[in-house]
Design a binder for this molecule. Structure first.
Ligand code: GLP
Length: 251
């Protein structure tokens, strides 16, 4: 069985340069590549290096297709917390990726379940994902596939785990302080590619940085397969690279 390979860089900057180099090389090798892209704090510097490489070396993104892993239900590109806004701010503004080839689930729609199905069909129509670039939650979530008794294969609407919500909105302390009942919190529901959508990607690169990710990566790499740690299911995939800094490196 082919194990995930682990590439360790010294720190966050080195990891980001290495990640950008891998992604840039993949675009150059296959100009029509279909990619899944993450949000979160981890890929921010990778995205700025990709922009720099595009500007300095002319890497052509015009035929690339991207699908983001997730988006909050109800939030559109004009909302500061939306992932559509995040992607525009951190990557899309700086590369020549065609607007019609950038995909995120459409936050503010009347029927989120139908939107999730539409998104999954769009991925199928594009021929599936060639390269999925992933982050990982401290609880092992991939996209917003949160730990649980079961996981869902295809793109779907889900509810954020408490830990995820607290982390993702830690920059809005007054919101976090005033949040009572988890069920009535804002930004609590999200679209996510399913675990099957992710595992059907032909190649996967997972980026992780910092000591707070080490435990979950250690379990994902060396522990049993369990829906309680969605990242452990990456052991099922034949072409996974964990690109980590020294602090996050699993033993
Ligand atoms: C977020 C996103 C994930 C992301 C993860 C890690 O909630 N839904 O796609 O990979 O959590 O975030 P960070 O990179 O900030 O640690």
């Amino acid at each position: 069985m082919k194990r995930p390979s682990v590439v360790v860089e010294g720190d966050y900057q080195a990891l980001s340069i290495r990640a950008a180099a891998l992604i840039d090389a993949a675009v150059r090798a296959r100009p029509e590549i279909v990619m899944a892209l993450p949000t979160g704090t981890t890929p921010v510097a990778t995205y700025s290096h990709l922009i720099r490489m595009h500007q300095e070396t002319g890497t052509d993104w015009s035929r690339v297709t991207t699908f983001n892993l997730d988006e909050y239900v109800g939030l559109g590109a004009d909302h500061p917390e939306s992932y559509a806004r995040f992607m525009e701010l951190h990557l899309f503004h700086g590369i020549n990726l065609a607007v019609e080839r950038r995909h995120l689930p459409d936050g503010p729609v009347a029927d989120p379940a139908a939107e999730a199905q539409r998104y999954e069909s769009l991925i199928d129509t594009a021929g599936g994902i060639d390269l999925a670039v992933l982050g990982v939650g401290t609880n092992g979530h991939l996209g917003f596939n949160e730990p649980g008794d079961t996981l869902t294969a295809a793109t779907h609407v889900t509810t954020l785990a408490d830990e995820t919500w607290q982390r993702n909105f830690g920059h809005l302390p007054s919101l976090v302080r005033s949040s009572g009942d988890p069920a009535s919190r804002p930004f609590n529901r999200a679209y996510t590619m399913g675990i099957g959508t992710i595992l059907q990607a032909r190649r996967i690169i997972l980026l992780a940085t910092g000591a707070h990710k080490r435990g979950v990566l250690q379990a994902a790499l060396n522990g049993p397969l369990t829906t309680r740690n969605p990242a452990s299911l990456l052991q099922l995939h034949a072409d996974v690279t964990l690109l980590v800094d020294q602090a996050a490196a699993p033993l």
